[in-house]
Each structure stands twice: as structure tokens, then as C-alpha cells.
Design a protein around this ligand. Structure first.
Ligand code: NCD
Length: 337
């Protein structure tokens, strides 16, 4: 591909008003040089800006496959926990924008981390080579800690059972693109609400909208009190239940999650709850005609594979949105607004 052909991409007129507004928005520059640590840092205007950029990225990928917007930029991807989608979508996002990646993803066991190097030293090393760092780590607060060592943007790709802000952005974007709006929707979160960081981040992000929330989990896996209190303080209508049958008929979004086995200190407890839910085609017959089933993936039995054929099953479209959102975010934090 001839990259010079792609240069005018971000101002050609077919991108229309959204792109022009996006480029001129103060929010465009607000993200430059910023860490992405928690969803708390996004207001609705910034979200709209990111979504507008993600749509541009989608259009650009459809037309040209990639661009040279981040040519010469390097992203370090440091993953201390397993990942398929988050790591590969960050890599794809960076490479489609012409940048390159230092992938320490499935390989921390081959890096100096396995020799006992501290997070601080690893981060201080990577920032000598890279322009931004994506970090996934098993401890809550690790991304914040990493950001305190780095002078370049750190993007939190999951800090233990804490947050997963870039996933929440792509989840919210998926809801918006699938159903055309977020305000007025009833969102049901199903599964491991206690340890599921994607649930924590998405719940907090949804509090900026006029939504109704339903939390469906076994007793052991209820939403942490701290987040529930935030929901209540916002005055959002909320109910908790153990049974997905209680929410299936009225939900606009069914956000299903995996029981986070790796967070259990007692595996016998995991065994008790691991097969708690199974979304089946029979259950889906009772759901609204216009609704979506989402899942951050990986799934390990919560959604029957026969549901995949249902047009309301949005989880693989959700995966693709992750790349566009991460393209938009990388461009923004690297100052290419
Ligand atoms: C999630 C995660 O890692 O928190 N996966 C993802 O990033 N798409 C959810 C999970 O592992 O269950």
C-alpha cells in the first residue's frame, strides 16, 4: 500500500461534521499525553469525541486498511496476565496506524520480570524505547503505580479485579452502535460482578447516562459494595437478583461475564458457582426483539454456542469495536488529534 495516498484521510470531506468537530474539540487535545487509568477520567463530551474518532477509524480501515498517523511511534505492551483480545487489539490498532509494538505479552516469563525485576524498573526501562505503555497486571492499582514511574502515557489494560477502562469504552461504544443510544436503556450485568473488572468499569461509565441497572449474580459474586454505593448515590434505578430469568424479558443489554477463576483463593468456591449461568437459544426466545447480548470474552460456558447465530449476539462485533476504540485512544494520547 502506498501510505502517502492516505495522508488526507482525516480531513477529507466525506468524514463530515463529526470528524471536523472532533478535530476542533478541546477534548481532542485534552487526552494528549494522558494516562488512561480509570473510567472516572472520562466525561460525556470526551466519550463522544473518542466514539467519533473510533467511527473515523472504522471508516478508514474499511477503505484503506490502515494509515501512517502513528508512523515512527512505538507502543510497549506489557502483560503480566493472559490476554488474547486486549493485547492483539492494541497491537493491531498500533500497526494499522503505522506504528510498531514491543510485545511483552505472553512472554513475561521470558523477560526480566521472571528474574525478579520490579514493576518500576521494567516501566522505567520500557519508557526509554516506547512512546506509550499498555499494562495488564494482577494487582489493583498497578497501572496507577506504573504511571507514577513513567513520563509517557500508561494505559490500564486491567489491574487485577480493579478496572479495565479501555474495555468499558469499547463496551459502551458497542451499546451505542448496536442500539443507537445509551440513555433510556435497561442494562443487565450477569455473572461474576465481584471480580469482573469489565463490569466495574462499565457500570461506572454507565452512571453518566440515564440508564436502569440490573445485577444478576450468585450471592458470592455480587457487585462490590463500593461500586453499588456509587450507583445508589447517582440515583440510578437498580435491582439485584440471582436469576437471569428475572431480567431477560426487559433487558436492552445483557452483559454476560465469565466467573474469574484466577481470583478465587478457594477453588472449591469456584466449583460451586462456575456453571451458574448458561444463556441458551430457549432463554433468548423470551428476550426483546431489539436487544443485544454482549460478553467481554473469553466465555467458558456462560453463553451456549447456538446463541452465536442470533443477530442479537453482539460479542464478536464488540471484539472488532475494541480495535477501533484503541486506535482512537492511541491517536489521542499520542497527540494525533
Ligand atoms: C476480560 C478481562 O481480562 O478482564 N477480558 C478482556 O479483556 N476482553 C474478561 C475476562 O477475562 O473474563
Amino acid at each position: 500500500m502506498n501510505v502517502t495516498e492516505l495522508k488526507p484521510l482525516f480531513d477529507f470531506e466525506m468524514m463530515g461534521k463529526t470528524a471536523v468537530n472532533g478535530v476542533n474539540s478541546p477534548h481532542a487535545n485534552g487526552l494528549a499525553g494522558q494516562d488512561i487509568l480509570s473510567v472516572d477520567q472520562f466525561d460525556r463530551e470526551t466519550l463522544q469525541y473518542i466514539f467519533a474518532r473510533a467511527r473515523e477509524m472504522r471508516e478508514m480501515v474499511h477503505r484503506f486498511h490502515g494509515s501512517d498517523l502513528l508512523k515512527g511511534h512505538v507502543l510497549a505492551c506489557l502483560f503480566y496476565e493472559p490476554s488474547t483480545r486486549t493485547s492483539s487489539s492494541f497491537i493491531a490498532a498500533m500497526e494499522r496506524l503505522g506504528g510498531s509494538v514491543i510485545p511483552i505479552t505472553q512472554g513475561v516469563q521470558f523477560s526480566s520480570v521472571s528474574k525478579g525485576e520490579t514493576l518500576g524498573d521494567t516501566i522505567r526501562t520500557l519508557e526509554q524505547y516506547a512512546d506509550a505503555i499498555v499494562l495488564r497486571h494482577p494487582e489493583i492499582g498497578s497501572a496507577k503505580e506504573a504511571a507514577s514511574y513513567a513520563n509517557i502515557p500508561v494505559l490500564n489494560a486491567g489491574d487485577g479485579p480493579g478496572e479495565h477502562p479501555t474495555q468499558a469504552l469499547l463496551d459502551l461504544f458497542t451499546i451505542r452502535e448496536e442500539l443507537g443510544r445509551v440513555d433510556g436503556l435497561k442494562v443487565a450485568m450477569v455473572g461474576d460482578l465481584r471480580f469482573g473488572r469489565t463490569v466495574h468499569s462499565l457500570t461506572k461509565l454507565l452512571l453518566q447516562y440515564d440508564v436502569k441497572l440490573r445485577f444478576v449474580s450468585p450471592e458470592m459474586l455480587r457487585l462490590p459494595l463500593k461500586i453499588m454505593n456509587e450507583v445508589i448515590d447517582k440515583g440510578v434505578e437498580v435491582r439485584e437478583t440471582h436469576d437471569v430469568a428475572d431480567v431477560i424479558e426487559n433487558a436492552d443489554v445483557l452483559y454476560v461475564t465469565r466467573v474469574q477463576k484466577e481470583r478465587f483463593s478457594d477453588l472449591a468456591q469456584y466449583e460451586e458457582v462456575k456453571n451458574y449461568y448458561n444463556i441458551t437459544p430457549e432463554l433468548m426466545q423470551r428476550a426483546k426483539e431489539k436487544m443485544v447480548v454482549m460478553h467481554p470474552l473469553p466465555r467458558v460456558g456462560e453463553i451456549h454456542p447456538d446463541v452465536d447465530k442470533d443477530p442479537r449476539a453482539a460479542y464478536f462485533r464488540q471484539v472488532k469495536n475494541g480495535m477501533y476504540i484503541r486506535m482512537a485512544l492511541l491517536a489521542a494520547v499520542l497527540g494525533k488529534a
